[in-house]
Design a protein around this ligand. Structure first.
Ligand SMILES: *Cc1c(COP(=O)(O)O)cnc(C)c1O
Length: 498
C-alpha cells in the first residue's frame, strides 16, 4: 500500500506521518495538515456493499493512516464503534418521502461529532506510543456546541491526556450547555467564553501559534493538540460514513451499483462536507455536494461568487452548531482547488486575517463546480421540520432541517432528481425547544427539559439515556472568562491538577 504523508497547506515542506500529524493537530506555520495524495478506492466500490461499519472504517482509515499497523488500527476501530452507539449499525439510513437521511447521531452525545471523536483518543494513544512521546497531551478545543461534549466524553478519564473545551457562553442550546458543564472526569475543564464561536476558535488558534506560551506548557510537561476538525484524526474518520451511506443504499436496492448520488451537508466549519469531497475524490460516485448554511451564509456567497467575506453581521440562530463565519476546513479545499499551490493558500489566509476577506482566481472557481451552495432562513428551517413531521411522522433537528430546506431550493432550481443523501447531524432531542416550537407554538413557553418529555409523548423514539436525567445533574464547571483571560484559565486548571 502506498505510504501517505502529511504536510501543511501553507508551504512548510516537512513531511509528517499520520501519527505525527494527529499528535500535533495543526502545522507550526498555522496551516492545516493535508495528505500528500488522496487514495483511490474506485476498485473497492462493489466490495464495500457487504461491509459493516467497522470493516469499512478499517478499509478507509488504513488508506490514510499508513504508519499504523493493522492490529493497532483494528483495535482503535473496535473500541470506538461499540455499544456506546445505540444501534448496532452505528449509522442508520432512513428513507423519508424522496430523500435518504443518514442519521449520524446514534453516539453518546447525540450529534455526528461522536463519529470521529469516539476514535480520536485511541488514535492519539497509539500515535503517542509510536512516537515515544514523553509529555502529556493537552487537548484545547473550541466548540460551537457539539464538538465540546463529544470530545469531553471521549477523552474523559484517558490517562496522560487532559482536555479543555471553550464554548461561546451565550451561543449554544441549553441542553448542549448542560451536557458540557456537568461533565465528570478530573482531566476535563470547560470554559464559557464571553464571545461567539469565531472568538473561541480564533483564541484557540492563537494559542497554538504562541510559541512563548507553548514553551511554558512544554516546561510544565504538556504538548498541545486539537480535537477540532482541523485535526486529520477527526477528518479522516468522517469520510467513512459517506461510503457507508452509499453502500447501504446499494444494499437496500435504492440505487444501482455505481449510480451517482447527491449529498447534502449542513455546514459550519466545513469539516463534514470536506470529508464528503474527499470521499468523492477517492472514487465514491457523488455528483453534487450541496453545502447548506443558515443565516450565517458566508459559504453560500463563497461558492456562488468566489469571494469569502466574513465582514458581516453574526447571527445567533436555531442551528447554533453552524453559527460560524470562519470555516477553517475551507483552507484544505483551497489547497486542492489551487492544485496544491501553498503560496496561493497562504496569501488568501493572510488576506482573511488582515482584511477579513479574499477572492479566488477563475481557475480556482472552476474547482468549485462540484459544489452547490445555498442557505435557509430560520423560518424556512422551522417550516421544514413541520412539513416532514406532518407528512411522515419523522422528526429532524434544526441543523438537518437547514440541509433539507436547501435541498428543496436545489431541486427547484435544477430539477435534478438524482437520489440524495442528507447528512442528519444531530438528534432532535438535542434541540427540543426549537424543534417542538416548529410543530406547535404552544410549546414556545416550555423549557428544553420539559420538552424532552413532550417530544417523547408525540411518538418519537425513546429518550436517549444520556439526556434522561441531565437536568438533575450537578454543575461541575462554572468558569466564564473573556478572550484575554484564556491563557490564565488554562494555567489555573493545570496548576490545580494533581
Ligand atoms: C458541527 C455541526 C455541524 C457543522 O459541521 P462542520 O463539520 O463544522 O461543517 C452541523 N450540524 C451539527 C449538529 C453539528 O454539530
Amino acid at each position: 500500500m502506498k505510504q501517505i504523508f502529511y504536510k501543511s497547506t501553507r508551504g512548510d515542506r516537512r513531511l509528517f506521518t499520520s501519527s505525527q500529524a494527529i499528535l500535533q493537530g495543526i502545522s507550526e506555520d498555522g496551516g492545516l495538515f493535508v495528505p500528500d495524495s488522496i487514495p483511490d478506492l474506485t476498485h473497492e466500490i462493489n466490495s464495500i456493499v457487504d461491509m459493516n461499519y467497522k470493516e469499512l472504517s478499517y478499509l478507509v482509515m488504513s488508506e490514510f493512516f499508513t504508519d499504523f499497523d493493522e492490529s493497532e488500527l483494528r483495535e482503535c476501530v473496535g473500541r470506538a464503534y461499540d455499544s456506546k452507539f445505540d444501534t448496532e449499525n452505528i449509522v442508520e439510513l432512513k428513507k423519508v418521502s424522496n430523500v435518504y437521511f443518514m442519521e449520524l447521531y446514534h453516539g453518546p452525545t447525540l450529534a455526528f461529532k461522536d463519529m470521529a471523536l469516539s476514535i480520536l483518543p485511541y488514535l492519539m494513544k497509539v500515535s503517542a506510543k509510536k512516537n515515544d512521546f514523553n509529555k502529556d497531551i493537552l487537548i484545547l478545543t473550541a466548540t460551537s456546541g457539539d464538538t465540546g461534549k463529544a470530545a469531553l466524553e471521549s477523552f474523559s478519564g484517558v490517562d496522560r491526556i487532559k482536555i479543555i473545551v471553550l464554548f461561546p457562553k451565550n451561543g449554544v442550546s441549553k441542553i448542549q450547555e448542560m451536557q458540557m458543564v456537568t461533565q465528570e472526569g478530573d482531566n476535563t475543564c470547560v470554559i464559557g467564553l464571553n464571545g461567539n464561536f469565531d472568538d473561541a476558535q480564533t483564541g484557540v488558534k492563537n494559542i497554538f501559534k504562541d510559541s512563548f506560551f507553548n514553551k511554558k506548557l512544554f516546561d510544565m510537561g504538556y504538548v498541545l493538540s486539537s480535537a477540532n476538525s482541523i485535526n486529520i484524526g477527526r477528518l479522516i474518520p468522517q469520510i467513512v460514513y459517506y461510503f457507508y451511506g452509499y453502500a447501504s443504499m446499494v444494499k437496500n436496492g435504492q440505487i444501482d451499483k455505481n449510480e451517482k448520488i447527491n449529498v447534502v451537508v449542513p455546514t459550519g466549519n466545513f469539516g463534514n462536507i470536506l470529508a464528503a469531497y474527499y470521499a468523492k475524490s477517492m472514487g465514491l460516485p457523488i455528483k453534487k455536494l450541496i453545502c447548506a448554511s443558515n443565516d450565517n451564509n458566508v459559504l453560500t456567497d463563497f461558492i456562488n461568487k468566489g469571494i469569502y467575506d466574513k465582514n458581516r453581521d453574526f447571527f445567533v440562530t436555531i442551528s447554533p452548531s453552524m453559527d460560524i463565519l470562519i470555516s477553517s476546513n475551507l483552507e484544505r479545499l483551497l489547497y486542492l482547488i489551487s492544485d496544491c499551490d501553498c503560496s496561493e493558500v497562504k496569501q488568501l489566509m493572510n488576506s482573511l486575517n488582515t482584511n477579513g476577506e479574499y477572492s479566488i482566481s477563475q481557475n480556482m472557481k472552476d474547482g468549485l463546480r462540484d459544489f452547490y451552495g445555498n442557505f435557509a432562513t430560520q423560518k424556512e428551517t422551522l417550516d421544514s421540520i413541520k412539513e416532514i413531521f406532518d407528512s411522515d411522522k419523522y422528526l429532524i433537528d434544526t441543523h438537518t432541517a437547514v440541509a433539507y430546506s436547501v435541498y428543496k431550493k436545489y431541486l427547484e432550481e435544477t430539477n435534478d432528481n438524482t437520489k440524495v443523501l442528507i447528512a442528519s447531524t444531530a438528534s432532535p432531542y438535542k434541540f427540543t425547544k426549537f424543534v417542538m416550537k416548529a410543530l406547535d407554538s404552544k410549546y414556545s413557553y416550555m423549557d428544553d427539559f420539559s420538552l424532552i418529555k413532550e417530544m417523547n409523548k408525540i411518538g418519537f423514539v425513546n429518550i436517549p439515556d444520556s439526556i434522561n436525567d441531565l437536568e438533575n445533574k450537578e454543575i461541575l464547571h462554572k468558569i466564564v472568562c473573556d478572550k484575554n483571560q484564556i491563557r490564565t484559565k488554562i494555567l489555573d486548571f493545570l496548576n490545580n491538577y494533581k
